[in-house]
Write a protein that binds this ligand. Structure first.
Ligand SMILES: [Zn+2]
Length: 214
């Protein structure tokens, strides 16, 4: 599934703010992940990841925003809300989006390896809503790839080499018709440890290590 962007001034405004939040996250020592939840054009919650600061891999920006929105609105259901993220929500966050019945999901950069839509299709799954309609509503509308270049620029400025490797491995971004990122084998070997450092940081521990280094 490869959702394409639709022109919506509110989406563009909110996602622009979300991308700026992802830049702020890097200044706080985090990876560039950020999220905003809106009820109409009103911002209910805006967050960045806190995984590094809290030493907790469950502290994704989307989950923090969902928790805050539920608390602020005083309800478990966020069926009138839209969630914005600079990266396609992961599988963990996608399930929370489905269980809170968030109506729309808007993101910039696809996540073909970790994403809750393009990898595991949790956001688009109809089995759970067909089997348990009392809990799960129909899949949300998804708009992906909006302001992709702007969101990618934050990652590129943050760690140019890591971003190049993520693109080369097709772990981030929409590669349909895109010119592949190229790098020589020797260059990839020399920066390989940087990739694993990034991956370990994402996972929040030392589970991810290059083969043969344990
Ligand atoms: Zn997540």
């Amino acid at each position: 599934m490869n959702p394409r962007p639709t022109a919506d001034p509110c989406d563009t405004q909110m996602l622009t703010r979300c991308i700026e939040l992802s830049r702020q996250a890097t200044r706080d020592g985090e990876n560039p992940f950020a999220c905003i939840i809106c009820d109409g054009d009103r911002i209910v919650a805006e967050t960045t990841t806190r995984a590094a600061r809290d030493g907790d891999i469950t502290r994704h920006a989307e989950i923090l925003a969902i928790s805050a929105a539920q608390r602020i609105l005083g309800t478990k259901s966020l069926a009138h809300c839209t969630i914005y993220s600079n990266i396609e929500p992961c599988a963990m966050c996608a399930f929370c989006i489905r269980e809170t019945n968030i109506r729309r999901v808007v993101y910039s950069i696809a996540s073909p390896v970790l994403g809750g839509l393009s990898k595991w299709n949790i956001l688009g799954d109809t089995d759970i809503s067909d089997a348990l309609p009392e809990i799960f509503q129909a899949p949300p509308e998804v708009v992906g790839g909006l302001l992709e270049a702007e969101a990618e620029q934050v990652w590129r400025e943050w760690h140019p080499v890591d971003w190049a490797i993520l693109r080369q491995r097709r772990a981030m971004g929409n590669h349909d018709g895109a010119t592949p990122v190229t790098a020589t084998d020797s260059a990839l070997v020399s920066v390989r440890r940087l990739f694993w450092r990034t991956l370990r940081s994402w996972l929040g521990d030392d589970h991810a290590r290059p083969p043969g280094t344990r």
